[in-house]
Design a protein around this ligand. Structure first.
Ligand SMILES: Nc1ncnc2c1ncn2[C@@H]1O[C@H](COP(=O)(O)OP(=O)(O)OP(=O)(O)O)[C@@H](O)[C@H]1O
Length: 257
């Protein structure tokens, strides 16, 4: 068993549907793997299975330890998840919401320690949430809420970060700000990132490995330049696109008939 994240033979059945079958992926510590694929391919389900909140066959190991065997609290110190459509609590301030990320690090029922509060303030500052700290979370804009959800996951100080469409509600500037921050964290803290990303150009620029899912199976895997080919986009997305080599990775350009 190698260091990092190792997923083998992962299968998920939801109702009558086989949503994932025989999914295998390996992510080295400090790497960024983006799971891409058309709508309904099983990307979100894969992240939720890795997190351990969806019943699955196969195994998920982090540094050789089966994540499914760990108590919830121990798992939450290793792996954090920022969902695509989070259910946000009513009447909670942004600061208190981000502070929920510290729960796995605090003794049970203990009040937040100074160190926990410092992590919360620092994480909010990094995501430009300082001015929104005392606002009620549900009054924030969609993009602001998305940054708060990411802040909560980062305040957990995990070793593995699962991000489901982290830029979906963000304008281009904020999308780059969030992805740059995640990129910095993986370089400075060795954070291992597994994300879904619909924007293939962003995936090509930020991830070092891509896993292309189609109908619940891995159909291509490798560097962005290996996976993002006009052929693969035609076959698996039914899309017409050209792929342009850029300084930070390939960019995908839709083309009209
Ligand atoms: N509870 C469920 N019962 C049956 N099928 C389900 C259930 N939940 C999800 N599915 C199906 O599983 C498939 C994979 O869903 P998933 O959300 O993982 O896809 P996705 O690749 O993340 O899609 P998108 O890009 O649209 O967000 C879809 O066809 C979805 O309809």
């Amino acid at each position: 068993m190698s260091a990092g994240l190792e997923v083998t033979g992962l299968g998920v059945q939801l109702g009558r549907a086989q949503v994932l079958a025989d999914v295998r992926l390996a992510a080295a510590p400090g790497s960024w793997t983006a799971v891409i694929g058309p709508n309904g391919a099983g990307k979100s389900t894969l992240l939720r299975a890795v997190l351990g909140v969806v019943a699955h066959s196969g195994s998920v190991h982090w540094d050789g330890v089966g994540l499914d065997t760990l108590p919830r609290r121990d798992r939450a110190r290793r792996i954090a998840y920022a969902p695509q459509l989070p259910v946000l609590p009513e009447g909670v301030t942004t600061r208190d919401y981000v502070a929920l990320g510290r729960t796995p690090h605090r003794p049970l029922l203990a009040a937040p320690r100074t160190a926990d509060r410092a992590v919360v303030e620092e994480t909010m500052a990094r995501l430009e949430l300082g001015a929104l700290a005392d606002r009620v979370l549900t009054t924030l804009s969609g993009g602001e809420q998305q940054r708060a959800v990411l802040a909560r996951a980062l305040a957990q100080q995990p070793q593995v970060l699962l991000l489901d469409e982290p830029t979906a509600a963000l304008d281009l500037g904020h999308a780059q700000q969030v992805l740059d921050l995640v990129d910095r964290l993986r370089r400075t803290d060795g954070l291992t990132v597994l994300s879904t990303l619909h924007d293939l150009s962003l995936a090509g620029q930020y991830a070092d490995r891509l896993v292309l899912l189609a109908a619940g199976r891995v159909v291509a895997e490798g560097t962005p330049a290996q996976v993002l080919t006009p052929d693969a986009l035609r076959t698996h997305y039914g899309a017409r696109a050209s792929v342009v080599a850029g300084p930070d990775g390939p960019a995908v350009l839709p083309v009209r008939d």
